[in-house]
Design a protein around this ligand. Sequence first.
Ligand code: HAM
Length: 420
Amino acid sequence: MAKKIQSVKGTRDLLPPATRRWAAVEEIAREVFGSYGYGEIRTPLLEHTELFVRSVGEATDIVGKEMYSFDDRKGRSLTLRPEGTAGIARAFVQHAMGSSGLPIKLFCIGPQFRYERPQRGRYRQFHQIDAELIGDPGPTSDAELLLMLVRFLERLGFDELTVLLNTVGDEASRGAYREALVDFLEPLRDRLSGDSRRRLESNPLRILDSKVPVEQELLEAAPRLDDYLNRESGDHFEAVRRALDGCGVAYRIEPRLVRGLDYYSRTVFEIVAEGLGSQDAIVGGGRYDGLIEELGGPAVPAIGFAIGQDRLIDILPEAFDAGCSAEPPVHLVAAGEVDPVALLELGEELRTAGLAVETEVGGRSVKAALKRADKAGARWMVLAGEDELGRGEVALRDLALGEQIQVSRETAIAKIKEKE
Ligand code: HAM
């Protein structure tokens, strides 16, 4: 026997019927985001490596050790996208999307790639539902984006998720804070982990995110970012909070929340869910007012989020499935010798009438077909014999009641539809 080939580590096959949940979630995202004026964008999975180096940032884990980068046949360095925002910002600049008026609201659903250690809720190919509002600096946009996110999650049946909210200030505030933080941590260098010691040089704010208990304790006494906010950044944050309060969006200020990507300024947020273990963030996002200009575009502010779809699907409330499970199909089977084309035609007729039909094309016996229909949870079976087909009739079996009647095709269709 030939050797079997397995899927690549950290990637998954999503199989039916589980894929129904995926499709249902995506449909609701399209509907909810559409109702806020967002249009769908689909950017390539492949981008120039430089795009992520310049946007996500050289000193981040993503760029430093998690990207799937390779040289193509002409020696150009390409990367499988590790996140969606950079590609969307690139597309915005490339197509001068702002020229017909701002803001532009976009969403994107699709796979992302990061070379991380796979575990539950963490994959090397994972999926994001991403939304970006490009071209408005005001706090009302921050609030509306978060409102849309919360409404979407509510539509899926979540009711107890809290937005963790913080501000990382603008560039000037962050610079002042960075200095203060390094001054505080430098004397404690010996007590820091190797990772944090490295970050002290490259990306000190990320140390705030440390999960190491000793470091978390040390950080209790660290200077706080909100003490270093300049007026504009402080006012902005204040206005975002006021708007969220006004709209009834539940949030909790998390003063040490910093994000793992470099492009953020001002508002940042995450949503974490219980029951996912260490991989508990299901949404991450924030404002990135300097990114578009950094990528050669105009100075256009923006804000967005990405939902980890794999994690979201994992914790969907049970009631969600009831709403997205399709009616099992009608099973159509030949009773005895029947012209297979006539059976296919009958299947088409039933489908045209709006029914989902599983035709037993394998010449299965009625008994075997019954077993399959039963396993699929089907309610109806249509049995077609040669003579009946000639008369335009079928035998309709109600599998729930165990009754069978001889009726015209039209009556069979009407009866099935009546009970659906
Ligand atoms: P992020 O926090 O890196 O942000 O990712 C967003 C979400 O993607 C995470 O909260 C998590 O649910 C999911 N995720 C990340 N890595 C994995 C993985 N290896 N396996 C499964 N799920 C994962 C961003 O990507 C930003 N682009 C978000 C954003 C949009 N900011 C502004 N606009």
